[in-house]
Design a protein around this ligand. Sequence first.
Ligand code: GDP
Ligand code: MG
Length: 909
Amino acid sequence: MAEVTVSELATSVGVPTERLLRQMQEAGLSHKSADASVSDDEKQKLLAYLKTSHGDSVAQPKKITLQRKTTTTLKTGSGSGRKTVNVEVRKKRTYVKRDPDELAAEEAEANAAAQAEFEPEEPVAAEPEAKPETEVKAETPAPEPEAAPSEPEPEVVAEQAEPEAEPKPEPEAASARSFVDDIEEKRQAAIERRKAEDAKREAELKAKEDARKRESEQKTKPAPAATAPATPAPDDGPAPIKDDGRPHKRKEQRRPADEDDEGKPHRKRAGKASKKALSGPKKGSRRDLYEMAVEGEDQELLARRRTMRANHKASNKHAFKKPTTKIVHEVDVPEAITVADLAQRMTVKAGEVIKHLMKMGVMATINHSLDQETAVLLVEEMGHKARLVSANQVEDQLEELVVIEGELKPRAPVVTVMGHVDHGKTSLLDYIREAKVASGEAGGITQHIGAYRVPTSRGEIAFLDTPGHAAFTAMRARGAQCTDVVVLVVAADDGVMPQTEEAINHSRAAEVPMVVAINKCDKESADPDRVKNELSAKGVIPEDWGGDTQFIEVSAHTGQGIDELLEAIALQAEILELTAVEDSPAKGVVIESRIEKGRGVVATLLVQQGTLKHGDLVLAGQSYGRVRAMSDERAQQVKQVGPSSPVEILGLDAAPSAGDEFVVLTDERKARDVAEHRAEKERQTRLQRQQAAKLENMFSNMESGQAKTLSVVVKADVRGSLEAIQSALLDLGNEEVQVNIVSSGVGGITENDVNLSMTADAIILGFNVRADAPSRRLAETENVEIRYYSIIYQLLDEIKSALGGMLDPERVETIVGIAEVREVFSSPKFGQVAGCMVVEGTVYRNKPIRVLRDNVVIFEGELESLRRFKDDVNEVRNGMECGIGVKNYDVKVGDQIEVFEVKEVAREL
Ligand code: GDP
Ligand code: MG
């Protein structure tokens, strides 16, 4: 290294040149000027000098104080009991430098003092000045921070090892000594005291805590010791210092060696647990328990409490717990059952059933009636056992009960008269009755009961004098067979007409032999051969033409041929060899029934088997009761009647339907059961039919392949329209779907049509015709759909869309009110005004109307005026009189004004 001048050196060292020069001179160098060069050797010399001189001036420190602060965060507990505790540990340690001789003296003294100690070898006063300060920012007492700088956590064990690890600092003997002694005394006292306390507490704790807890308690034991200066026994309990609640200052840390050897390193938790144990007995057991939990000592307890809470929340609604094992029910499935009933039988909610039905592709409501097949599928689907119950089970039992046994005796035939309207049925029956029944009786028959017996030379004949077709078809519709012979009345001047055909079909279907009465033979225009011809074309061939049907020419007016007719019937009956048991409880059929004021239910029965006696218990359809009174067709009280006898009885609890079978029972309870069962069954089947018979359902039926034909009954006002509609309807079909015209005719819709469509599951299409009141009622009760149209294309369109399954929102026409014209006035001011009585619903001023004459639509339009007394009103309700002016049309007395409304209703499947 090149030599430098003094001034350069001064600059590089950073001191003034003068000072450097002075120092160099003090170091014994000869440099005087700033320009003198300095060699390396000279530099070294200067440095050596400077070192020594500085050493003098900078005295070695006697004491070094080290401070250290650590902050730790403890997390305790979990869940809602979680809390964070910040622990700040401040440590201060002062190291004092001592002279070697001073140290020696100290050591000697220390040794002497140590002899009184537990461990004389240990440098007891190694850290007399170590003065850990603990500041705890939490309610829990701070852990014992020990003078172990390397340990972030106050660790007891590590701390104990400290004295050895301690560097060289020499204890200040005198102060340390006295201090140690002092502490030691206190400690011994504390030990004694605590031992007593511990023994007591131990017993308590042991009782409380289980083995696991006890183990943790053991961990806590060394910790309390930490608070004490020294703890000779492991079960050294709480430190008295704690109880003061002061920050703990510790002058000395001493441990028996054996505690060190206890092995297990004590963890933080143990330290804290100790605090818990300490505070426990003093602060009360609740806090004790709480802390125990918070410490995580009893995680299990906490977890249990949590689950309990969760369970409580979840089960807050009901305390009921669903049984885990499913109960399999044996479910009785009758032929028809509603969703609600089925759900009840399975003891599930109806919603469940509906859900399962949806899965099966069946949309149903709670009141929906299911057929047996669907119900069985559903029951099995839901894991229950289905038990098929024949709806006839009760009936079967009944059949077993009612045994008709005895000697068979010949009985009178039961005859029904049928035929087209106005062909003379009523006249014929009247003639026979008057001539044969009422003959010799003044005033004729006072009470007409709809059936009577006529004596002939070949025995008696029972005539059913009910409106022929209606009774017959109604009975047939109910499956009852009460007629032995049908008398088909055909007017000789009119020939075969639609209802004649119908009658033929009915009797054929019922397999009842026919006797043809060609009526009105007294007329000039009578042409019996024409009738024979036309009937032969229908398959009814006269005997004299080689057939098997008797044709009798009669006249209801002149009485011509009546006896022959009766003979023919009797002959026919003989061929049939009709027999019945006379000597047994009665059985038969209800011909008609009504409710009369003061008399109750009046039912006309036809006894077919056995003998009906006064006082018998009769079960008829859905009604039952004892026969209180019995009268024959002449209104004579009778005590008993035999087979083929019509009789009128009083005593039933409800009006049975025409065609219902009746039986005589002995067990009243059985009768009631059966009656109730039948009522229920009818309710179910009605529901079912309600669903099935609707035109709206045709589409879904077709989709599932159930219905390939749409059965209709067509009635129209004139033959022309009828034929047009018929041919158009037949053209609508294709290979898959067909319109099946069950029946068609001209004129209003009658009960007959309703009965027929009921049996054929058809809908009735009325074209410019209406149903009369009884047939409307029947249609309503039997859920037969009647649709009215006034435009052929509309009719065809709807049927077409029904067929094609494209039912768009449909136009629903609802008749909202009917007014009957009672009088017609002409007023100069208002023109023609009809004095009307509202007989059904409500008549509205602003709704479209139709005028009907004899159930045939003759006008369609709107109202000009609607008045009540002198006031214009918007509506007139049922039973009120009103004045109606029909716009652009003159009504007549007897006309009906029908108010309707047309709504567009979205179709639902
Ligand atoms: P129903 O509708 O079949 O019951 O027929 P009705 O008994 O009401 O008779 C219809 C019409 O035909 C009535 O006006 C009777 O007077 C008439 N009529 C019935 N039988 C005869 C008959 O034998 N000769 C004649 N000339 N007229 C008859
Ligand atoms: Mg008649």
